[in-house]
Design a binder for this molecule. Structure first.
Ligand SMILES: Cc1cc2nc3c(=O)[nH]c(=O)nc-3n(C[C@H](O)[C@H](O)[C@H](O)COP(=O)(O)O)c2cc1C
Ligand code: SF4
Length: 163
């Protein structure tokens, strides 16, 4: 198997990934008899699909995408690209691992802690009251997304930094 890395180039400022060296992958695939796989921050299922349809690669690897959103594949097959929580490419997961700590992700507070905080462990104790989440960081957004306090509408309050 040949792995083509940097198949997308991610802009440091915007976090937007654009196709990169796809032609190299396609040219390599024409002359080898082993599978060619593309990796590196493939954020959108449509781009993965495009690479396969164009015959540029045999496989597309999504590693960090699944750390940021374990339902990447499920949402992609259901055509729900917009619902995918897309990896930022910030490399915090790599840093944490290299520091010898349990795996974690900037966007996914449950990563590496599924046994403690997985969906089946969630206890809703808001007694049906409407809740307000203060702070729109990863923990607040996760609490709102998972309706952590019950099924009533949750309001997320966040603040613009003064500096
Ligand atoms: C936390 C972390 C651990 C990884 N560990 C390995 C590893 O042990 N062996 C390996 O070949 N690649 C490893 N990789 C690289 C991934 O397999 C993948 O090639 C790379 O992250 C690029 O793909 P992606 O942008 O979809 O994450 C790791 C990547 C991350 C983020
Ligand atoms: S820590 Fe950053 S790079 Fe790693 S999976 Fe999460 S968002 Fe992506």
């Amino acid at each position: 198997m040949i792995i083509i890395t940097e198949i997308t180039r991610v802009d440091d400022e915007t976090g937007v990934g654009t196709p990169n060296q796809l032609h190299l992958a396609a040219n390599i695939r024409k002359v080898v008899k082993i599978p060619v796989i593309a990796v590196c921050n493939v954020k959108h299922p449509a781009f993965a699909e495009q690479m396969l349809e164009e015959g540029a690669v045999d496989f597309v690897g999504i590693a960090r995408g699944h750390l940021a959103d374990p339902e990447w594949g499920k949402k992609a097959s259901a055509g729900n690209d917009i619902l995918i929580r897309k990896c930022l490419g910030c490399m915090e997961c790599f840093r944490i691992l290299n520091d010898g700590l349990p795996l974690g992700c900037t966007l996914n507070p449950v990563l590496g802690r599924e046994f403690e905080y997985g969906a089946e462990k969630l206890v809703r104790d808001g007694a049906g009251r409407t809740a307000a989440v203060i702070g729109g960081g990863p923990a607040g957004m996760e609490a709102a997304l998972r309706k952590a306090y019950g099924d009533k509408l949750i309001c997320v309050l966040t603040f613009k930094a003064a500096c």
